[in-house]
Design a protein around this ligand. Structure first.
Ligand code: XMP
Length: 527
């Protein structure tokens, strides 16, 4: 496996992605990690880029032990400069910053040159586009190194140590703009480090089930919330595979879920997949607390706090039942959480020497109050890997590929006060919208779609009567990461069908409009 030391580059997590695509296990740790404290032995080490400049006062330093560990090292961008710096070369601010595409030229080494010098670019084209993003560059070659590739403005675009498998590259092979970047990484990870390509989802399931069983012990109990989303469903099913009914799932119906959501999740997770699930209908409690509330942040707070309250109450009840059951059951000690790798990366990535490390879990309240320990079986996975895992666990496709749904649910899609009647309208409209999206075969092309209910009264005519009813706004976006998003362009015939159905079938709506705002300046949600 590969150790990636993160110096804070915006691209660091992509190095992890690429290694995973080779089915190679890798772990990313902050650059402050001392090699001596590592409990496993990597087969190779990759040093990431960084927003720092090597000579800056607070610049992060690489643990020199990296170069004596007897394993191959690849420095990327800052990682190259830090390597060169370690071996005594000078780094300087480049006369012009270099951002964007450059053409890399691989140099032909003389026949008597050590074979490993050629290995990073072996079999690759002599010239190909790469992605540059740096303002420093190497001024001179460190002693005992050879230049293996250049670009027009970076004479030492790729270097290699003459005796040891230590490499440095100025460009970013991890981004897709570097056409053959993935191949360069593959040369390093597979050919140079000799990593095994055995990290598959099947092997992950087996290993993770074993890990859960060992962690929890033969009588241990785990409790966790499910929402109907991909992550919590996959995590729940995995727990069920590992410890059966000693995993207790709780679904809280907060009254602002999608139409028939609680029933559907119960059918799928409990009846079809066998997960030990309790659904708590707390809609009266939630809607009672939301009465008269229009401020979105207030809505979020109420829903979050009430969720903790209801979950704790139900958990205590289940704990009591477990105690009474005796026999094979120990105490409930663990709380399941569907944390994914991007959250973990966010919490461990290097943000500079003075930055404090942020904790990522959002159930802090539960952990403290209930004295539970956290169990996070998905913490090594990216979203698409969770989906692949879900498929292997036989979770139905329509759930595995589901769009995300916010915790505060329809409460942030109903503008103004949330009442049962408003929830009914929002649920029915949303159901039709998604139904038509699926029928048109567009669901998988869209990242998120929903209806917002705008509590304005518009005039209309239905039958022979004038009506003053509310407005449904259709929102559908495409996005990679939800930080930026673009609105989705529906074919007119599909829009016509949606609009017809919503105004005909949902009482209380006489107009359908569409949100054609990207993010920024808009956000995905309306509140
Ligand atoms: P925005 O509206 O910020 O949404 O562009 C980006 C993504 O975040 C989701 N979202 C939330 N999810 N609790 C959640 O669990 C929230 O309060 C919340 N607000 C927004 C939103 O659905 C979209 O996927």
């Amino acid at each position: 496996s590969i150790l990636i030391l993160d110096f804070g580059s915006q691209y660091s997590h992509l190095i992890v992605r690429r290694c995973r695509e080779f089915n190679v296990y890798c772990e990313m740790l902050p650059c402050t990690q001392k090699l001596a404290d590592l409990k496993w032995k990597p087969k190779g080490i990759i040093l990431s880029g960084s927003p720092f400049s090597v000579y800056e006062k607070d610049a992060p330093r690489v643990d020199p032990a990296v170069y004596d560990a007897g394993v191959p090292v690849l420095g990327i961008c800052y990682g190259l400069q830090e390597t060169a710096n370690h071996f005594g070369a000078r780094v300087e601010a480049s006369d012009h910053r270099e951002y964007g595409e450059a053409i890399i030229k691989v140099l032909v080494q003389p026949p008597e040159a050590p074979a490993h010098l050629n290995k990073l670019f072996e079999g690759l084209p002599a010239e190909s586009p790469v992605w540059m993003s740096h303002s420093d560059r190497l001024h001179s070659l460190p002693e005992n190194f050879t230049t293996v590739a250049t670009t027009e403005s970076a004479p030492f675009a790729a270097i290699a140590h003459n005796e040891k498998p230590i490499y440095g590259i100025q460009f970013h092979p991890e981004v897709t703009h570097s056409l053959r970047g993935k191949d360069v990484l593959r040369r390093f990870v597979i050919n140079i480090c000799g990593c095994e390509q055995g990290w598959t989802m099947e092997s992950f399931i087996d290993k993770e089930i074993e890990r859960i069983r060992t962690l929890v012990g033969p009588k241990g109990q785990v409790i966790g919330a499910v929402s109907g989303g991909v992550d919590s469903s996959v995590a729940a099913k995995l727990m069920h595979e590992a410890i059966g009914d000693r995993f207790h799932a709780i679904m809280v119906d907060n009254g602002v879920l999608r139409l028939n959501e609680a029933q559907q999740v119960h059918k799928m997770l409990c009846e079809d997949l066998g997960v030990n699930l309790t659904v708590v209908d707390a809609s009266d409690l939630f809607l009672g607390k939301l009465k008269g509330v229009t401020d979105p942040e207030q809505k979020r707070k109420i829903i979050g706090n009430t969720f903790i309250e209801v979950f704790e109450e139900k958990a205590t009840e289940i704990e009591q039942q477990v105690k009474e059951a005796g026999g094979d059951y120990g105490e409930i000690e663990w709380l399941l959480q569907g944390t994914l790798y991007p959250d973990v990366i966010e919490s461990i990535s290097f943000k500079g020497p003075s930055a404090t490390i942020k904790t990522h879990h959002n159930v802090g309240g539960l952990l403290d109050d209930m004295k539970l320990k956290l169990i996070e079986p998905l913490r090594e996975l990216f979203k698409d890997e969770v989906r692949a895992l879900g498929r292997l666990l036989k979770i139905p496709e329509h759930l595995v590929g589901r769009h995300p749904f916010p915790g505060p649910g329809l409460a942030i899609r109903i503008l103004g006060e949330v009442t049962r009647e408003q929830v009914r309208i929002a649920q029915q409209a949303d159901y039709i919208f998604i139904d038509e999206i699926r029928k048109a075969g567009l669901y998988d092309q869209i990242s998120q779609a929903f209806c917002a209910l705008l509590p304005v009264r518009a005039v209309g005519v239905q039958g022979d009567r004038r009506t003053y009813e509310q407005v449904i706004c259709l929102r559908a976006v495409k996005t990679e990461d939800f930080m930026t998003a673009d609105w989705f362009d529906f074919p007119p015939a599909v829009l016509r069908k949606m609009s017809n159905r919503i105004t005909n079938e949902v009482q209380g709506v006489n107009r359908v409009v569409m949100d054609i705002t990207s993010k920024p300046p808009g956000t995905v949600e309306w509140l």
